[in-house]
Design a protein. Structure first.
Ligand SMILES: Nc1ncnc2c1ncn2[C@@H]1O[C@H](COP(=O)(O)OP(=O)(O)OP(=O)(O)O)[C@@H](O)[C@H]1O
Length: 931
């Protein structure tokens, strides 16, 4: 029997209709694929894929109809095979028909996979593709029938036409079902909204009437009815309530959420990507011409490498052919040329040159990004540093690497590899014909599909592994850091068991992930092997039919092996880019944070004329919701000492923070020598202010360097003087390494009192014009405090000083004492004025805090001690006469019941001459002006 297709081809080859049919066979799958690819990219870039809130009600049915449609291509191909076998006639049909059918299987197969894969697909890429099919399929069939040589249809023709007809029917049904689903959805929505408005008027939420809403039922049962979670957070990304989120997971989740949020704000990927332009000056060496030239040369290297990737397999083919006599070339010369190419392609050739060119550019961008991020972070205000954990900030600064990685992946790996693959497809198609081109494309597509599916399946397992790793790390660290607690409580065995369990858990999860990857690679390589075998069989067929040479076969094998790397890279590209993007997002967030406290344009330096400080009706709130300071209004004249006292959390430290502009006032103003501190240069303001904070932080460096930090150019002698003034010099000299003693992390190797005195020495060395002391002596005993008071007196001499202290003996000699309560000034005045105030807050505090000391402990003179009951003496040098006179004054002020209770006992103990060290006394005043 004669092959009908061959007959047909013979008859109509020259006809324009036949030419049109051939073109359409190739064009149809290409058009469908291009439409699908472009519309899908648009849908992703414009975030349509993220805004679909409802699944199509007939999605499954459409998927089935598409699958049936794909089977009809197989029917047509099967029909050809059967006919060829029955008639023992090869090739089965014209190349364009077979390639056309196979390509349609591939293209619609990709669409089917995409549809099954996405949770809530955007439909127009699919429905549009089917629409193109509905237009082109009849044209193709019409041309096929028209170009058929015999007017009559044989059985093969009938099967073929029936398959086309069935496919047409499936596609029509799929499109109709889609629109029917959309309409029915709209109808339902209409009914829903009607129902909702009715329910609202009844005062119920729609949850109440929704029998499907189990979550709402659950919450009602659990007693959480009425509260709903924030829908903006993706439940799948949020930590579950029964698993503890590791810092890594938290960071990833937060960065992910930030990315989603920014994406939504930006509206599409393009504008989102634009926000990364802020990094451009750091990534692209803007001011470095030589680096720019290097980047261009790297591009040239990459293009050369693309060419060499084709030339090497081609050269191998030429050598083989020259050896087998298929061409007349000299094998020696060809091998030499091959060696040259291999050298250029080797690590000692182009790769070396590329690295040499690229390394300075890479380090430039990494350095520039890290430095810029660090400097930006240091210039951000207190609100930022108070809300971000330091480890998060440090991680974000290191994310600069991710941006370089991302750009390198795209520019220097993805683009050249894409070029490689395109060239491979064209080259193989030209050398071996369209079948080989098709095989390479189909293999690539199937490989990428399987690889990306497997990577995303492994994501959850990998997440579990990382969590287990963090847990192991945490248990280990907790055991080592808390070693003394572990040992004290005899819990070594418990810690060992805990750690061993954590290690076992991590190992088992790692094994799962590891095996998962091995399995994924096995599948990927199976696909590549299948493609290679198909290509090799085709090549062997062509060689045996004299259409190709053995050299070309060798070329094919070599070329194929070269394509494995780009394919594997592309499979992981999405994952690595999204990971880098999430990290870059963390850095972007920081870089886009603007300091809330900054200089006004052209702000002049502070013109210091003595240090008159005025708080003018100052209001302040950290979170813009709750006022922490309310209407704070006072003035400190130059050289004056103002003390703030009050309950903890009253807002005392906040007042000091405002003065040093760690925050700006919400309302009112703070003026120094008549200048609003917001209007002057921040640097010049801070240069005038010296602060001894509540918990001074020293660097892990020598004492000398820590003190000198206040004034980097200070001489050793100036540092010694400052330390002497802070009463710490002798103690430092007693350390084994003197001033070169390292203080440990945050100054842990110093006692609380030493730490505070070093901080005072540092402030003294700065020679500030205004001094802020925030609980500067809280960590020391009374005796040391007295020594520190000396140091402070030196520091504060002639300087406007603000002191916060809980221990009132520290501030009793201040020129003005301001009692702060609930963010407001409750009362103010001198110590003497305040303790005499009836119902005064200060008097109450004071009465609770007078320290007394047994006289014999204090006594240092040689006078013989008087026998009998010991007499306590009040610290701060109150004479017994002054004590009793002030006691009498204070006793006239009614005290709170608790205060009375305390003071009663304390008075007793004083009168009894209690010997138990420091205790309380309900009196005192008129002490010497010595603080
Ligand atoms: N960075 C911050 N962010 C938000 N709230 C803060 C911040 N710092 C302090 N607060 C709140 O402001 C209030 C006043 O704090 P502040 O440190 O000024 O009190 P304080 O009177 O100095 O207390 P203490 O005597 O215990 O040091 C407190 O309620 C505190 O919780």
């Amino acid at each position: 029997m004669e092959n009908p297709y061959e007959k047909m081809a013979d008859a109509v080859t020259e006809l324009p209709l036949r030419q049109l049919l051939v073109s359409l066979h190739y064009a149809y799958p290409i058009v469908v694929f291009l439409y699908y690819a472009i519309t899908s990219i648009i849908a992703v870039c414009t975030l349509q894929t993220r805004t679909i809130d409802q699944e199509h009600p007939r999605r499954k049915l459409i998927q089935w109809l598409l699958a049936f449609g794909i089977t009809t291509y197989f029917t047509q191909l099967g029909n050809l095979v059967v006919q060829a076998i029955l008639k023992n006639q090869f090739p089965l049909a014209e190349q364009d028909i077979i390639i056309g059918l196979l390509s349609c299987v591939l293209v619609f197969g990709v669409e089917f996979a995409g549809l099954s894969d996405s949770e809530k697909p955007v439909w127009y890429p699919y429905i549009g593709s089917l629409g193109i099919g509905l237009v082109l399929e009849p044209v193709l069939e019409f041309l096929t029938l028209k170009t058929r040589p015999s007017g009559l249809l044989d059985l093969a023709g009938i099967v073929d036409t029936a398959a086309v007809g069935a496919r047409y029917l499936f596609y029509v049904l799929a499109v109709l079902v889609y629109f029917e689903g959309v309409w029915s959805e709209r109808r339902e929505k209409g009914t829903d909204s009607e129902r909702q408005s009715l329910l609202k008027t009844n005062g119920h939420t729609s949850h109440d009437s929704d029998p499907e809403d189990h979550s709402s039922d659950e919450s009602q049962r659990d007693g959480y009815g009425g509260t709903t979670s924030d829908s903006s957070t993706d439940a799948s990304q949020s930590p579950t309530t029964n698993t503890v989120e590791s810092p890594w997971e938290r960071r990833e989740r937060q960065a992910n959420e930030a990315m989603e949020k920014r994406l939504k704000e930006k509206g599409n990927w393009v504008t989102y990507a634009k926000s990364f332009l802020v990094f451009f000056p750091y990534v692209w060496p803007v001011k470095h011409r030589s680096l720019q030239i290097r980047v261009v040369l790297v591009g040239v290297c990459l293009l050369t490498m693309n060419a060499i990737n084709v030339l090497i397999p081609r050269q191998l083919g030429i050598i083989t052919d020259s050896l087998s006599g298929a061409n007349n070339r000299n094998p020696w010369t060809e091998v030499l040329f091959f060696a040259g190419l291999k050298l250029v392609a080797s690590e000692a050739g182009l790769s070396l040159l590329r690295q040499w060119l690229w390394i300075p550019v890479e380090y430039y961008s990494f350095d520039a990004l890290s430095t810029a991020a660090y400097s930006h972070v240091l210039n951000l205000s207190s609100d930022f540093h108070d809300t971000k954990s330091s480890s998060d900030i440090m991680m974000a600064i290191q994310s600069g690497q991710s941006i370089s990685n991302m750009l390198e992946s795209i520019c220097f790996r993805a683009v050249p590899m894409l070029i490689d693959m395109t060239v491979a497809f064209i080259y193989l198609s030209v050398t071996f014909g369209p079948y080989e081109g098709f095989i390479s494309i189909a293999t690539g597509a199937i490989f990428l599909f399987i690889a990306t599916r497997m990577i995303s399946k492994l994501k959850m397992a990998r997440r579990g592994e990382v969590s287990a790793w963090f847990k192991e790390h945490y248990v280990r660290q907790a055991g080592i850091q808390g070693w003394s607690t572990v040992t004290c409580f005899n819990q070594v065995g418990h810690e060992e068991a805990r750690y061993s369990e954590a290690v076992k858990d991590r190992v088992s999860k790692s094994q799962t992930v590891y095996f998962g990857y091995v399995l994924a690679y096995a599948f990927q390589f199976l696909v590549l092997l299948a493609g290679l075998l198909a290509g090799a069989f085709l090549a062997v067929y062509q060689i045996t039919h004299g259409q190709a040479t053995a050299g070309q076969f060798i070329m094919l094998l070599t070329y194929w092996a070269q394509l494995v790397t780009p394919l594997t890279f592309f499979a992981g590209l999405g994952k690595s880019i999204s990971k880098d993007l999430i990290h870059a997002e963390q850095l972007l967030e920081i870089m886009q944070t603007k300091p809330t406290v900054n200089d006004k344009d052209g702000a002049p330096p502070l013109h210091f004329t003595g240090g008159r400080v005025r708080f003018d009706n100052v209001w302040f709130s950290y979170d813009k919701k709750k006022d922490i300071l309310k209407n704070i209004d006072f003035e400190a004249t130059p050289g004056m000492t103002v003390a703030f006292v009050g309950a903890t959390g009253a807002g005392k430290s906040t007042i000091l923070k405002l003065l040093d502009r760690f925050y700006d006032v919400t309302k009112g103003s703070i003026q120094i020598d008549g200048q609003d501190i917001r209007d002057v240069n921040l640097f010049s303001l801070r240069a005038q202010v010296g602060i001894v904070p509540q918990s001074p932080i020293l660097f892990d460096d020598t004492i000398m360097n820590n003190v000198r930090y206040a004034r980097l150019k200070a001489t050793d002698e100036e540092v010694y003087e400052a330390c002497k003034a802070a009463s710490i010099h002798d103690q430092i000299m007693g350390f084994s390494d003197g001033y070169q003693t390292r203080v440990g992390e945050r100054g842990v190797k110093l006692s609380g009192g030493e730490l505070q005195r070093v901080a005072i020495a540092r402030a003294i060395l700065k020679r500030p014009a205004i001094v802020l002391l925030d609980e500067a002596t809280s960590a020391v005993d009374t005796e040391t405090e007295q020594k520190i008071q000396e140091a402070l007196r030196t520091l504060c001499q002639g300087r406007t000083t603000f002191i916060v202290a809980h221990r009132l003996s520290t501030i009793m000699n201040a020129d003005r004492i301001i009692v702060v309560g609930g963010g407001e000034i409750v009362e103010q005045g001198s110590h003497e004025e305040l303790i005499l105030k009836e119902n005064g807050k200060y008097a109450e505090l004071w009465s609770k805090q007078i320290f007394v000391k047994p006289k014999d402990k204090e006594s240092t003179d040689d006078k013989p001690r008087v026998k009998g009951p010991k007499v306590a003496r009040i610290v701060n040098d109150l004479s017994p006469e002054a004590t009793s006179s002030v006691l009498a004054k204070v006793k006239t002020t009614p005290l709170t019941p608790r205060a009375n209770g305390v003071t009663k006992d304390s008075t007793k103990s004083v009168e009894d001459g209690n010997d138990d060290g420091d205790t309380m006394n309900e009196s005192a005043a008129g002490s010497k002006k010595e603080v």
